[in-house]
Design a protein. Structure first.
Length: 185
């Protein structure tokens, strides 16, 4: 029936405007400063035994140095949030290079991934992300809820702090502060 239209009621018009405003608000506020420290992550495990503060980390071939703090990054090259995090992880290079000087504790970065080590190393190299070690962990043994996840691990191999998902500016600042910890603090 071409040409026959009924008039839109006032209530329908208000509803349409409110729906449009809600959609615009949701789009505009996503990822803004002032939100929680982390954003979405790519879910990889429903395991209840995920790493959390106070839990010991065991990674094949990785020895935790009592004189260093280690940031363990759980990444996948196919994870969009990991790729979005790469500029931040690259920015940590300066902290890693300057660590161990002026009373600061040495900082190491270890990357764990379910992907083959050469794939992950190429991924890190593409974004110039520093890494002292890259470890392939089968997904069933991953022990993180999703990627990206960052674990701050002390010299005894115990998790001190966990950051999950794409980090906002607040989360990035927390990680930088944790890594620039000075001895005696």
């Amino acid at each position: 029936m071409v040409g026959l239209r009924r008039p839109v009621t006032g209530l329908e018009a208000v509803g349409a405007v409110l729906l449009g405003c809600a959609c615009v608000w949701m789009w505009a506020t996503r990822g803004r400063p002032g939100e929680p420290a982390s954003q979405p992550l790519t879910k990889v495990s429903a395991a209840s035994d995920t790493y959390r503060p106070g839990v010991a980390v065991s990674l094949p071939g990785v020895t935790f140095d009592p004189a260093a703090r280690t940031l363990v990054l759980a990444l996948q090259s196919t994870c969009q949030y990991c790729t979005s995090s790469m500029p931040f992880y690259h920015s940590l290079d300066k902290i890693v290079r300057e660590s161990g000087t002026n009373g600061r504790q040495r900082v190491r970065i270890v990357v764990m991934s379910p992907e083959p080590t050469p794939v992950v190393q190429a991924y890190l190299a593409r974004y110039r992300v520093p890494s002292d070690a890259t470890v392939q962990i089968p997904l069933r043994d991953f022990r993180v809820a999703g990627t990206p996840t960052a674990l701050l691990v002390n010299g005894t191999g115990t998790v001190e702090k966990v950051w999950q998902g794409l980090q906002t500016e607040k989360g990035q600042a927390e990680i930088r502060r944790a890594l620039t910890f000075s001895r005696g603090q």
